[in-house]
Design a protein around this ligand. Sequence first.
Ligand SMILES: [Zn+2]
Length: 251
Amino acid sequence: MADNDAEKLNQAIKLTQKLRSNVTKVFTDLSDGFHNTQGNEKKLLGELQKYLLAVHKLADYASLILSQNALKRTQQFTGPGHSVKRQRRLPPIAHNYPASSVDSLINMLDRYWPDMSITISRPMGNCAVLQITLAKTLRALVVLRGLLIEYVTVKAYNEDFLSEDGKIEIWSKSRYQVFQKVSDLVTAGTLHFYHPQIPDTSLRSFLLWFNSYKTLFSAPCQKCGKHLQGSLPPVWRDTRSAAPQHEGCRQ
Ligand SMILES: [Zn+2]
């Protein structure tokens, strides 16, 4: 939405709120009036008239702004020869992204980073499950609803996500403390990359950030310069710079 439109819509919302409070005032005054202002009908009527005028004015403003907006939208999408096509081109809602679009995006992203492989499957029906192998450092499993990340778990490179009968085991955790910690922090990190309006960019930005975990055991902490804090390497990656940090060194 253009800034101008957002501004107008915002204005309309504010006016509607003001309108609502004026309408409330009219009704409060009306009911109070019957009880408290007996014998002073003239004053009551004057007040009532004032608020009703305000209500009319605000209603006019709000409807004007909203109709301008509706008009624009109508022109935009039902212009000659465009109606159906334009509507089809609207971006789908993030959690409702068509499976075929998710597949092609993931196939593209799989080729994006030479040290990170991403495979997609749908063992639970609609939700896509991504299995990621990052260098020889770790593996991750990501559950997507549409393009929205619903769940992430990270394990060691020598672990897998398969149950004894060879099926994908989504909820199993790593047996290593370091990867349990990384799982928790990466899950927290997904919130930073949560932008439902631009779900494909969100997912790509998340994966770019996640890619920086390939140096989990080789990069020192950007803050203290050391490799280990307690028994753990820098398990956090800054969401802007992707710089490695110990959990205790995070700001
Ligand atoms: Zn540190």
